[in-house]
Design a binder for this molecule. Structure first.
Ligand code: CP
Ligand code: NVA
Length: 313
C-alpha cells in the first residue's frame, strides 16, 4: 500500500482516516515481529536526527522515542525546558524554524496543543505529539495495537474508560476508538465529563465506523460485555494543585476486582497508559493480576512510535 504518512506530523488522530491509522497499526505489528526475530536490526534512521522536547516528565514516551530511533542508527537529542528557550526567551515559532533546519523530526511533550501545532507549522519537519493537556495520540496507537493483539480485531470491540473523563488520555481514546470502530464509554463523575465539542466530533467519526460512544457517571450497565477496561491517574501532570479535591471526587471510581467483574466476561483485559498510582485509580491485584495488559501496552509504545517514525521519515 502507498504510504500515506510520508512527511506528515501526528498532532491528533482526529486528523487521520481509519485507513491511515490502519496503515500505522499494521506497520507496528511488523516492527514488533522484527524486534523479536534474531539477526541484525535494520538501520532505517541512519544519519537522521530527532529533537525530543519535554516540558513535562516522561518514562515511556521518552524511552520509546530514544531507543526506537537510536537502535536503528538515528541520533535523538533530549531537550527539556531547562535546556532550550521555548516560548520563554524565544518564541515557539523561532525555535521551530531553527530546529527544522537541524533535525529531521521533532517530538513535543508539554502543556498546550497549540505549541505542538506551532512547531509543526514553522519547523517544516514532522512533529509528533508525545502528550499535551488535551491529547495523547501515540499512546492510543499502542492501546489499539494491544487490543488488536488480544482480540484479533478492533471493529466491534468495546473499551470502557473509568476515571477522569476529560483528561488527555480519555479524550485521545475517544478519538482513536471512534475512528477505528471500537465502542467507547467513559464512566466518570459528571463534573469530569468530556466537553460536548469533542463528543460531537467523535460521534461523527463513530457514525462511519459503527462504534457507539457513551458517557455516564454510573458504574453499571456500560461495563457489560467490555473487552477492555482502562484507567489513568486521577491527577494529571500540571493539575497537582487540585489533587485533594480530585481524589475525593474519584474515590468511588477505582478499578478493582468488583468493577472488573461487572463486564460479565472472563477475558476482559485491564489497560493503563502508566504511570499508575496503585491503590488510587486501580488496585494492585488488578494491575498486577492476570487480566492486566498494561506492560504489553507499555512495550507497544515503542513499536508504534518506531512505526510512526518509519512511515513519516
Ligand atoms: N504513558 C506515558 O505517556 O508514559 P510516560 O509519561 O512515562 O511517557
Ligand atoms: N493523564 C496523564 C497521562 C500520563 C501519561 C497525565 O497527563 O499526566
Amino acid at each position: 500500500m502507498h504510504n500515506p504518512w510520508k512527511g506528515k506530523s501526528l498532532l491528533s488522530l482526529a486528523d487521520f482516516s481509519p485507513e491511515e491509522i490502519r496503515y500505522l497499526l499494521d506497520l507496528s505489528h511488523t516492527v514488533k515481529k522484527e524486534s523479536r526475530a534474531a539477526g541484525r536490526m535494520p538501520r532505517r534512521f541512519e544519519g537522521k536526527t530527532i529533537a525530543l522536547i519535554f516540558e513535562k516528565r516522561s518514562t515511556r514516551t521518552r524511552c520509546a522515542f530514544e531507543t526506537a530511533f537510536g537502535e536503528e542508527g538515528g541520533h535523538p537529542v533530549f531537550l527539556s525546558t531547562q535546556d532550550i528557550q521555548l516560548g520563554a526567551k524565544e518564541s515557539v515559532e523561532d525555535t521551530a524554524r531553527v530546529l527544522g533546519r537541524m533535525f529531521d523530526a521533532i517530538q513535543f511533550r508539554g502543556f498546550k496543543q497549540e505549541t505542538a501545532e506551532a512547531l509543526a507549522k514553522y519547523s517544516g519537519v514532522p512533529v509528533y505529539n508525545g502528550l499535551t493537556d488535551t491529547d495523547h495520540p501515540t499512546q492510543v496507537l499502542a492501546d489499539l495495537m494491544t487490543i488488536e493483539e488480544e482480540f484479533g480485531k478492533l471493529c466491534g470491540t468495546k473499551l470502557v474508560f473509568v476515571g477522569d473523563g476529560r483528561n488527555n488520555v480519555a479524550r485521545a481514546l475517544m478519538t482513536g476508538c471512534s475512528k477505528m470502530g471500537v465502542s467507547y464509554s467513559i464512566i466518570s463523575p459528571k463534573s469530569l465529563f468530556p466537553d460536548e465539542g469533542l463528543l460531537e466530533r467523535c460521534r461523527g467519526f463513530a457514525e462511519s465506523s459503527g462504534a457507539k460512544i457513551t458517557v455516564t457517571d454510573e458504574i453499571g450497565a456500560e461495563l457489560s460485555g467490555a473487552e477492555a477496561v482502562y484507567t489513568d491517574v486521577w491527577v494529571s501532570m500540571g493539575e497537582e494543585a487540585g489533587a485533594a479535591e480530585r481524589m475525593k471526587l474519584l474515590a468511588s471510581y477505582q478499578v478493582n476486582a468488583a468493577l472488573m467483574a461487572k463486564t460479565g466476561r472472563a477475558d476482559t483485559v485491564f489497560l493503563h497508559c502508566l504511570p499508575a498510582v496503585k491503590g488510587n485509580e486501580v488496585t494492585p491485584d488488578v494491575i498486577d493480576g492476570p487480566a492486566s495488559r498494561a506492560w504489553e501496552e507499555a512495550e507497544n509504545r515503542k513499536h508504534t512510535i518506531k512505526a510512526l517514525m518509519i512511515a513519516t521519515l
